[in-house]
Write a protein that binds this ligand. Structure first.
Ligand code: SF4
Length: 338
């Protein structure tokens, strides 16, 4: 396993020849393990109620925004709009409110999503193993849960209230999801929040531990960079594009089989470049507001963060095909025993 000083050396080395060599290794490994396939997914926000206070997030409990939770009828309208674009992998998100979006609500959302999508992931409040089991049995395939930062001191500074301020409970969440039988789990850090090399080192160790203990799970990594919210900066991200690309390449070299996700937080140019080097899963046609696809006009939406890549699903598919990628809407289907 790579050491912390080695990661620091790689991130600190700006020699163009070194960066090109790293990129070339990453490109070659990605082609070897994934060919030119790129999976597509879309996020769909069910609720922005949140009882936690994370300083960098537009949904935090202290931020004055209109709070909404979709009704089953509204969920259907939103899901139908997303499914109409061709998307089959859906990521359902909520703020972290155990009261506003309890397990029963999430199970209902999953059952409705089954009508429209072949693969359902959730990025919601962390739960117990038996609760994840219930979600799995109601059709959820995967869980996304980012530690944000593995530095306990920095974690305390930016997670000021609510369940999310419990560092250990969050860190052990992927393990509970795996014990419940989830097929895929996505880990990540919020890039720009803390010392990058140290967070990467801890993330890699966490993923290695998960791979050793739960080898049947399909893993992916995400590196969301801090973003503005409606033009306001809640925190400053000081990780430049070259360093960010190096993070993607290094992750690919260390974990050849692991999916690397990249959201529409990043610009079209950077996303196109990252696809050549190591990213294998991208969101498309995204909206980060509750009801943003169908129900609420853009001028009254309260997004969780601002989007940089506003291309539609159709435009992204066209880009992928024009550049010899194979866009993948789904790579599996559940077989019902009737
Ligand atoms: S990051 Fe999650 S838990 Fe924190 S304020 Fe935002 S929605 Fe709530």
């Amino acid at each position: 396993m790579i050491t912390l000083p080695e990661i620091k050396d790689i991130l600190g080395n700006h020699d163009p020849l070194f960066v090109e060599d790293l990129a070339s290794q990453s490109r070659q490994i990605t082609q070897q393990y994934f060919g030119r396939t790129v999976s597509l997914y879309a996020p769909l926000y069910l609720s922005n109620y949140c009882s936690s206070y994370c300083t960098y997030c537009g949904f935090n409990s202290k931020n004055r925004i209109t709070r909404i939770r979709l009704t089953p009828q509204q969920m259907r309208a939103e899901m139908k709009a997303v499914a109409g674009t061709g998307i089959e992998n859906i990521l359902l998100l909520t703020g972290e409110s155990y009261k506003a979006t309890p397990l029963s609500y999430l199970k209902e959302a999953s059952l409705i999503a089954r009508e429209f999508f072949s693969d359902i992931s959730m990025e919601v409040h962390p739960m117990e193993t038996h609760e994840y089991r219930e979600l799995f049995l109601s059709g959820v395939d995967g869980i996304t849960v980012y530690q944000e930062t593995y530095d306990p001191h920095r974690y305390r500074e930016v997670h000021l209230a609510g369940k999310k301020s419990d560092y250990d409970y969050r860190r052990d969440t992927p393990q509970r999801a795996a014990q419940a039988g989830m097929r895929h789990i996505s880990l990540g850090i919020l890039v720009g929040l803390s010392e990058l090399a140290e967070d990467l080192f801890s993330l890699y160790q966490h993923l290695r531990w998960m791979e050793r203990n739960f080898p049947g799970v399909e893993y992916s990594l995400s590196f969301p960079r801090l973003r503005k919210i409606k033009g306001r900066s809640f925190a400053v991200c000081n990780v430049d594009d070259t360093t960010f690309i190096k993070v993607i390449c290094l992750s690919r070299i260390l974990f050849p089989r692991v999916g690397l996700n990249l959201s529409t937080r990043e610009s079209p140019g950077l996303r196109n470049h990252a696809l050549e080097l190591g990213v294998t899963r991208v969101s498309a046609g995204s909206n980060t507001s509750v009801g943003g696809y169908q129900l609420k006009p853009a001028e009254v939406q309260d997004p969780q963060f601002d989007i940089e890549d506003r291309r539609s699903v159709e435009e992204i598919v066209r880009y992928l095909k024009d550049n010899r990628f194979d866009p993948v809407f789904t790579d599996w289907r559940a077989i019902e025993n009737v």
